[in-house]
Design a protein around this ligand. Structure first.
Ligand SMILES: *Cc1c(COP(=O)(O)O)cnc(C)c1O
Length: 215
């Protein structure tokens, strides 16, 4: 099942677009099924769950952190996380840098931008992101590398609205040509996302089935 779903998605998307399999709430056994089908990039939203899975699962998995990240929890993932998609403040960048120094590595990050017309989504405005990218403090943080931007569109059936939101991010990103990674598009909207210039899609339920949060 998972293998077929992965193969189907991969056959539909351009080679340059990276596929992150979002495995939050899903057991190791299903992650291994995807792994055995060749998938290596997985996304998780919760620090404790990510730490447990990273300990138990194959070491060549690239773990993407895509959930809201609190500064005091960075230390738990700093030794191994491959890319943090959800950076939403300069303070968080400072903490990631501090923890990266302890592990003698550079941690790749994306700035999460708020593009949705909803109250509930985390992220920076375009102005706040510009401010961070132009700040003097950022230049001193040698153990982080900002690669691009992440965003989530509104949870709506209004395709035009989703397209407009994606376009706004793509447009903004053009001001920073060296930040070329654009992480947007989920199970419901990844086709639109790729049309609008996404380079990294984050797919959960289309690969693993719907999630059950009650367990
Ligand atoms: C859960 C989640 C996804 C995957 O959502 P699906 O709709 O299951 O594909 C992608 N991105 C983020 C930030 C998420 O929290």
């Amino acid at each position: 099942m998972i293998k077929e779903q992965l193969e189907k998605i991969i056959s539909e998307i351009p080679k340059e677009v990276a596929l992150i399999a979002v495995s939050k709430t899903k057991p190791n056994q299903l992650i291994l099924e995807a792994y055995d089908a060749g998938q290596r990039d997985f996304g998780e939203n919760y620090v404790q769950e990510l730490v447990d899975k990273a300990t138990q699962l194959p070491k060549d998995i690239r773990w993407h952190f895509i959930g809201h990240l609190q500064s005091n929890k960075v230390k738990y993932i700093a030794s191994f996380v491959y890319l943090i998609h959800s950076v939403d403040s300069l303070n968080l960048l400072k903490e990631i840098n501090k923890q990266a120094i302890k592990h003698n590595r550079v941690i790749n990050c994306l700035l999460q931008i708020y593009i949705a017309k909803e109250e509930t989504k985390f992220g920076l405005s375009f102005d706040e992101a510009s401010e961070i990218l132009q700040s003097e403090v950022l230049k001193e943080l040698k153990h982080i590398c900002i690669k691009g931007f992440m965003a989530m569109a509104s949870n709506t059936d209004n395709t035009d609205q989703i397209i407009q939101e994606f376009k706004s991010l793509k447009q903004f990103s053009l001001k920073f040509p060296e930040l070329s990674v654009l992480s947007f598009g989920m199970s419901s909207d990844y086709t639109l996302a790729i049309q609008e210039g996404s380079t990294m899609i984050r797919i959960g339920s289309h690969i693993f089935g719907t999630r059950n949060y009650t367990k």
